[in-house]
Design a protein around this ligand. Structure first.
Ligand code: IPD
Length: 269
C-alpha cells in the first residue's frame, strides 16, 4: 500500500481520531474529578501510570479496533500490535500524567495515524489530534492539510528578535538531569524565557500555535511526539532530532526555521 494517502483518506483518519479523542478526553476528565489513583511506577519513581491512563488507552484501542480492525497500534500503556494495513495508530492516552495526578489541567489525549513502518525514524504521519479535556482545546492536522485549533489555522512564529520563548522537558530518570540542565544552560543565551509545562504533545501543539517559539527535549517516546510533530510541520515549522536526524529519543527540536537552527546550534555547537 502506498504510504501517501490521499487527502480524503487522511481526513477520514482525522475524523475518527477527533471523535475518539473527545470521548477519551471526557473519560479522563471524569476520572480526574472522581480522584486519581497512581497504579504503578514505570521507568523511574517519577514515571507514573494511573488507572485512568490504562482505562483511557483501552477505550481508544477498542474504538479504533471496532472502526478499523486491520490497523496497527502503538500505545504508551498497552504496547504495540502490527496491523495488516499500512496504518498504525500512535497513542498517548494521557500525556502529562504527572500534571493529571496533581490536578494541573495541562494534560492531553494525543492520537496520530502514521503510515509506513511504525517507527518514528521512517514513518509518515497522516493525521494527528492533541486534545486537552480540562481546557477544551482541540489541535488537529492532516498531512498537507494544515494545522488547526478548532477552525483557526495555525502558524509557527517566524522570528524571535527579542529572544525565543522556549519550552523543554526533563526525563524521569534522575541520571539524565545533568544533561537536561546542561542543555538549558546552552540555550538560555538565545531565550527570552523558558517553560517546562509537563506535556510534550502540548509543547509541540503550542509551537504550532505560535504560543512558544521553540521546544527541545531529550528522551521522548514515539507517542509523545507523533501527533504534535505533525502539528508543527503543518504549521510551517521544522521538527528534527540530532543534527540532520528525525525527532526521537536522542533529541527532539521543534520551531520555525530560524529558531530551530538557533536552538540546534546552541545544543550541538
Ligand atoms: C511525559 C510528558 C513530559 C515529558 C516526558 C514525557 P507522560 O509524558 O510529555 O512533558 O517531559 O518526557 O514522558 O509520561 O506524561 O505521558
Amino acid at each position: 500500500m502506498d504510504d501517501r494517502l490521499t487527502e480524503v483518506d487522511a481526513s477520514d483518519l482525522l475524523r475518527l481520531a477527533v471523535e475518539i479523542a473527545r470521548e477519551a478526553g471526557d473519560l479522563a476528565r471524569r476520572r480526574r474529578e472522581e480522584g486519581v489513583r497512581i497504579a504503578a511506577t514505570k521507568s523511574a519513581l517519577a514515571d507514573i501510570v494511573t488507572d485512568a491512563d490504562r482505562e483511557v488507552e483501552q477505550l481508544i484501542r477498542d474504538r479504533l479496533a471496532a472502526a478499523r480492525p486491520g490497523d496497527g497500534f502503538l500505545g504508551e500503556e498497552s504496547g504495540a500490535e502490527r496491523g495488516t494495513t499500512d496504518v498504525t495508530w500512535v497513542v498517548d492516552p494521557i500525556d502529562g500524567t504527572v500534571n493529571y495526578a496533581y490536578g494541573i489541567p495541562h494534560y492531553a489525549v494525543s492520537i496520530a495515524a502514521v503510515t509506513g513502518a511504525p517507527d518514528p525514524a521512517s514513518w509518515a504521519a497522516q493525521a494527528g489530534v492533541v486534545f486537552t479535556p480540562a481546557v477544551g482545546e482541540l489541535f488537529h492536522a492532516t498531512r498537507g492539510g494544515g494545522a488547526w485549533l478548532g477552525d483557526a489555522r495555525l502558524a509557527v512564529t517566524e522570528r524571535a528578535d527579542a529572544g525565543a520563548l522556549l519550552a523543554t522537558g526533563f526525563g524521569y530518570d534522575p541520571a539524565t538531569h545533568e544533561g537536561d540542565l546542561a542543555r538549558v544552560r546552552q540555550v538560555m543565551p538565545i531565550a527570552r524565557d523558558l517553560r517546562r509545562a509537563g506535556a510534550a504533545s502540548l509543547d509541540l501543539a503550542y509551537v504550532a500555535a505560535g504560543r512558544l517559539d521553540g521546544y527541545f527535549e531529550r528522551g521522548l517516546q514515539p507517542w509523545d511526539h507523533a501527533a504534535g510533530a505533525l502539528l508543527v510541520t503543518e504549521a510551517g515549522g521544522v521538527v528534527g532530532g540530532e543534527p540532520g536526524g528525525r525527532p526521537g529519543r536522542a533529541m527532539t527540536i521543534a520551531a520555525g526555521r530560524e529558531v530551530f537552527d538557533a536552538v540546534a546550534s546552541a545544543i550541538y555547537r
